[in-house]
Ligand binder design. Structure first.
Ligand code: SF4
Length: 549
């Protein structure tokens, strides 16, 4: 399955002693006293720091001063670099030259040119544009000059893209002794390659003049690290996430409450509710009234947020709705656990994995019984066509017509029903399929509140004690393996066993996700009724008048 966003490690997860010491104590992040602070010792402000700062001020601070051992490798970055390479290869059929010698020689494309220069107040600047493209315009290198090229991630050009290009343009102009009036922005690759031109006007340079001194000031030695970013969805792609997750957990940051994003946190802080504990102690009705001014949708979720915060503060799960969360399993002879791996950018569901779990005379298999269940990985190779996938998938489903199809999250149901429709399944067949599909995530949320900061599969199953057999794997890592396998499987000189390794890892990860889904389903089947409703009606120390308007 795709990596759920905003999933943070459970507080029970252990870290190294060193990083655990850092959690919750920002002063521990400060560089040692006596670190060089003289002007000559200040390292240059780079394009990478600018990019980090525009995403999250704390990230730039950590890039400069953070403990190197807490930085984590991130599969998203590897995917971004891969996409960038494919875009460049689509733009330039020939191999680019390297460094200043290539600029002098007039190579059509140049990589590896490090640019250095001065910024506002004489601060040192440094940048490393990934590609420069030759244009016909005089420069100190002759009748040609260069302009920077950036590969855009996401649908739109953002402030981050613009300011990074402005910095590249500024330093490149000084380096080549000729202005850089525009830059090239790419997206996609191959026949999907899109190109646009961005004018690097004076407005952008003015913004850069304002931003650079602020960054330099925040990064000065001895400054406290900036607070965690407001919208912690941004942390999903950050290499400092583990460190910040631990700090958020230790300080009871409001973003730790499942359901609170950046905007809601701002609202709560403006009302004087600044931590998980304060939210847990708030009066739901008073909070609802205070939030009503900001929109009905906020008022409607007030009680929900308080209840979730209380469950997280207490560490005890709480049942929110009576009844059997999975009645379809009462008489089922077995279940199929279903999980898809996909490449969201390519809209390609490349693996449909099914785990076949048969009910035994003495009941449903436990975790070790489930681990022995047959696993069916159905690869969806685009060159084989969707029809072949549908034949295999529908054939397998028809062999077990009374077995419910359990999945976690809505992705699998949406993808399967769309596939069935594209492949000509009748309305009645799709209705039958729809009745078989059971979203365990939805049933869990409908019936239970759990002491977890996210209801994503990773957080919930980890809280239940489940462990994935491969550490640190997520949807992005899986996608990297997929691309590696597609690249290597027919490549000369790659031994077949080695070429098959990434696929084996994907299967193992996909199977683990199904086992984790079963762990959650099994808990739903066995979870007792709550001992007392105290968590729902705990004392309210916060009153309406205490919530600042
Ligand atoms: S993990 Fe989040 S808060 Fe921490 S540096 Fe990265 S983006 Fe900022």
């Amino acid at each position: 399955m795709q990596q759920p966003s905003g999933v943070s490690p459970h507080p029970r997860d252990s870290g190294t002693a060193a990083t655990a010491r850092l959690a919750g104590d920002s002063s521990a992040l400060l560089p040692p006293e006596g670190a060089p602070a003289g002007r000559g010792a200040v390292p240059p402000l780079t394009d990478r720091l600018l990019r980090s700062w525009l995403r999250c001020h704390r990230r730039a601070w950590l890039d400069r001063h953070g403990p190197a051992e807490a930085r984590r490798w991130n599969a998203h970055r590897a995917l971004t670099l891969q996409d960038q390479l494919h875009s460049f290869q689509s733009l330039l059929p020939t191999r680019p030259g390297h460094g200043e010698a290539a600029c002098r020689a007039g190579s059509e494309g140049v990589v590896g040119l490090r640019l250095r220069g001065a910024g506002p107040g004489g601060m040192r600047l440094e940048a490393h544009p990934p590609l420069l493209l030759r244009i016909d315009s005089p420069s100190r290198w002759g009748a040609h000059a260069y302009q920077p090229v950036l590969v855009r991630q996401g649908r739109h050009l953002t402030r981050e893209h613009r300011l990074v290009l402005a910095l590249w343009g500024r330093l490149l102009a000084a380096e080549q002794g000729a202005p850089v009036p525009q830059a090239v922005v790419l997206a996609g690759a191959g026949s999907q390659l899109q190109q646009e031109v961005l004018k690097l006007g004076s407005g952008l340079q003015q913004q850069l003049e304002e931003v650079l001194p602020r960054i330099a000031q925040e990064l000065e030695v001895g400054r406290q690290p900036p607070p965690l970013v407001n919208d912690r969805k941004k942390c999903t792609l950050c290499c400092w996430r583990s460190l910040c997750d631990r700090e958020a957990s230790a300080e009871g940051h409001l973003s730790e409450v499942s359901g609170i994003g950046g905007k809601r946190r701002d609202l709560l802080v403006s009302l004087g509710v600044t931590s998980l504990d304060q939210l847990a102690n708030a009066d739901p009705q008073a909070l609802a009234s205070a939030l009503e001014d900001h929109g009905e949708q906020h008022r409607d979720v007030a009680a929900e947020l308080v209840a979730q915060a209380r469950v997280q503060a207490s560490g005890e799960p709480r049942r929110r709705a009576p009844g059997d969360p999975l009645p379809e399993l009462a008489a089922a002879p077995g279940v199929l656990l279903y999980d898809i791996e996909s490449d969201p950018d390519a809209r390609d569901d490349f693996l449909h994995g099914l785990l076949r779990l048969e009910r035994r005379e003495n009941g449903w298999p436990d975790a070790s019984g489930a681990a022995q269940a047959p696993y069916h990985p159905l690869l969806a190779l685009q060159e084989h066509g969707e029809e072949r996938l549908w034949q295999r998938l529908s054939g397998l489903l028809e062999r077990y017509p009374d077995w419910p199809l359990l999945h976690y999250g809505e992705t699998e149901a949406i993808s399967l029903l769309r596939l069935a429709e594209r492949q000509g399944a009748t309305e009645a067949e799709r209705a039958r399929l729809r009745r078989r599909l059971i979203d365990v995530h939805q049933r869990l949320k409908r019936h239970w509140l759990l002491p977890v900061n996210s209801y994503g599969l990773k957080a919930v199953a980890t809280w239940l004690g489940f462990r994935w057999s491969q550490r640190g794997v997520d949807g992005a890592r899986c996608l990297l393996w997929w691309r590696q396998w597609r690249q290597d499987r027919h490549r000369a000189g790659v031994p077949p066993r080695r070429a098959a390794q990434p696929l084996k890892r994907i299967f193992r990860y996909n199977r683990d996700d199904s086992l984790a889904t079963w762990e959650v389903a099994r808990w739903l089947l066995e979870a007792p009724e709550p001992a007392s409703p105290s968590a729902a009606t705990g004392s309210h120390r916060w009153r309406h008048e205490e919530l600042r308007p």
